[in-house]
Design a protein around this ligand. Structure first.
Ligand SMILES: N[C@@H](CCC(=O)N[C@@H](CS)C(=O)NCC(=O)O)C(=O)O
Length: 240
């Protein structure tokens, strides 16, 4: 690793000229903010086909991508984990630090549990075609949070595993958590999703409130743009 690498160049994306709605790109922004790394950003317009230049950066045509010290990395979780390893900090201990391997495993398990057991239902609920389907996915989401995620946050203070600072657990989930805590205020999801969670999963609710207010999470989050984009997508889906 070069001691003084040039600033990473993040390619994030949005449908439209200068908006940022990608939760994956948001994830990398949280890493960069938390690590205090300077970077240059190019926003890719996802409403048009990817240019040949961008396909050379990421042949899958997806965002985010990052160029770091001359190397291109893609996939938001891989980028965020790379940045945390390349810049040791409070986010993630080194695997050979005392207790480091175990804490890394706990963080990885937490993130995997949230993403694989709960988060897909959050998206299905947002973009379901009927109100009945919405309620079904909301129930599945809340049930998964209660059963799978809540027990992993018993010692959050307010962040994962007794940390008073963000950890890699919050970096990798924060872009989804801030959406959970804000979108129901705009009718994108039923408001009772948050009251249900608050009643049935108090650890998760307290943790989520802290995550969704943290400056590294809210930094590039543009609630109005995200809401407008979700409403537009839902209207198209329901009209189809
Ligand atoms: N697993 C990938 C997912 C990346 C992804 O699906 N990005 C979306 C934006 S959130 C995208 O680039 N979509 C391209 C398109 O809509 O054409 C990651 O986490 O980086």
């Amino acid at each position: 690793m070069c001691e003084n690498p040039p600033p990473p160049c993040l390619e994030s994306g949005e449908k439209g000229a200068d908006k940022r709605i990608s939760p994956g790109a948001h994830r990398v922004h949280i890493s960069l903010a938390e690590l205090g790394l300077p970077f240059e950003e190019e926003i890719i317009d996802l409403s048009t086909p990817r240019t040949p230049e961008y396909l050379k950066v990421n042949p899958r045509g997806l965002v985010p991508s990052i160029e770091y010290n001359g190397e291109i990395l893609t996939e938001s979780a891989i980028i965020s984990n790379f940045l945390a390893d390349a810049h040791p900090s409070h986010l993630l201990p080194a695997s050979n630090a005392p207790g480091g391997a175990l804490l890394r495993a706990k963080i990885a398990f937490f993130v995997d549990t949230f993403i694989s057991k709960a988060n897909s239902n959050f998206y299905k609920a947002q973009f379901a075609k009927t109100d009945g389907e919405v309620e079904g996915f909301v129930k599945e989401y809340v049930d998964a949070i209660v059963k799978e995620v809540e027990p992993l946050l018993v010692n959050a203070t307010p962040f994962f595993n007794g940390s008073d600072k963000l950890t890699q657990a919050e970096v990798l989930t924060g872009s989804f958590i801030v959406r959970l805590f804000t979108l129901p205020n705009h009718g994108i999801l039923p408001a009772h999703i948050l009251t249900d969670i608050s009643a049935k999963a108090p650890n998760f609710y307290k943790w989520g409130q802290a995550v969704s207010k943290h400056p590294s999470v809210t930094g590039i989050y543009n609630e109005e743009e995200i809401v407008a984009s979700a409403k537009e997508r839902l209207a198209k889906l329901r009209a189809a």
